[in-house]
Design a protein around this ligand. Structure first.
Ligand code: MN
Length: 294
């Protein structure tokens, strides 16, 4: 890898405020980007921030629904999610855990958020697109518990949970994903700075969870929490915390440059493939993998 100190720092292309949305069976959440932004964040399709302190806003959850053609990535930081799917998987995604689900040719699942005694629940769901030649791959999970996600301190002011990608020579546990993603949860102490190399040509964004920060060295713009920073191309990013601790997700991946046809939880390349998926869902032939406990 080239010396990150000599490559250009990525500038800000845009700052996108997240907006309130209702999803699933009535879950109140904030959407940083979604169908209306396509293809701007290619290969990423959607990012939802479903942090809440009010169980009435999330207990209805996301009951049984299909996915095809994409990956859904759930990262929890409060409470937990109970999930269950058409393959027979059943489990719990707890605070600090990640579930990287490759839906591929089709999975039907439900995701039900739950709170602990304090009533709080929170996490993020990212949708990652699959290229045409992988949309119908067999479904696959990478489920990683918090204890297996390394925390790295690149400097005394910075702590990074490495979910995918690499920081200070430490590689995250999620691997072998088509778009070669990096997914970091970064915390910076007040006035601290984090510099990090990114693969030139890969799309990159930061979503601010808490605090305020500067995400480039040119504009001087200060970005608040619940906003998304879309970076221009370049070899590295530089982020500086303001007067409070700053926490953000830093995500990057290789763009696909393919047509996107999107219907609800199914994202394919064209309308014909969408129609086939909906027809298969209606006539019961959507799931391609065997049902172990039919
Ligand atoms: Mn889902």
């Amino acid at each position: 890898m080239s010396d990150p100190g000599s490559s250009p720092i990525r500038g800000l292309e845009a700052i996108l405020p997240s907006r309130e949305t209702i999803e699933g069976a009535g879950v109140h959440l904030r959407r940083a980007f979604g169908a209306t932004e396509v293809p701007r964040l290619d290969p990423f399709l959607l990012l939802d921030d479903f942090r809440s302190q009010n169980p009435a806003e999330f207990v209805a959850g996301f009951p049984w629904h299909p996915h095809r053609g994409i990956e859904t990535v759930t990262y929890m930081i409060d409470g937990f999610v109970e999930h269950e799917d058409s393959i027979g998987n059943k489990g719990v995604i707890r605070s600090g855990d990640v579930q990287w689900m490759t839906a591929g040719n089709g999975i039907i699942h439900q995701e039900m958020p739950k709170h602990l005694n304090d009533g709080r629940m929170g996490g993020f769901q990212l949708w990652v697109n699959l290229p045409a030649d992988h949309k119908m791959m067999d479904p696959r999970y990478q489920e990683v518990q918090a204890a297996h996600i390394p925390q790295v301190n690149p400097s005394k002011d910075v702590a990074v949970h490495v979910i995918a990608g690499q920081v200070s020579g430490v590689r995250g546990p999620v691997r072998d994903i088509v778009v070669e993603p990096e997914y970091l949860d970064v915390r910076i102490q007040p006035h601290g700075v984090f510099e990090h190399p990114l693969t030139p040509g890969h799309r990159a964004f930061a979503y601010v969870l808490a605090g305020r920060g500067r995400f480039d060295d040119a504009s001087g713009e200060v970005v608040d929490s619940e906003n998304l920073v879309l970076f221009r191309d370049g070899g590295r990013v530089r982020v500086e915390a303001m007067d409070r601790p700053l926490r953000f997700l830093l995500v990057s991946g290789k763009p696909l440059h393919e047509p996107v046809a999107w219907w609800g939880p199914i994202v394919m390349n064209n309308r014909r493939e969408l129609e086939a998926a909906v027809e298969e869902f209606q006539n019961g032939t959507f799931v391609k993998h065997p049902r172990p406990h039919a």
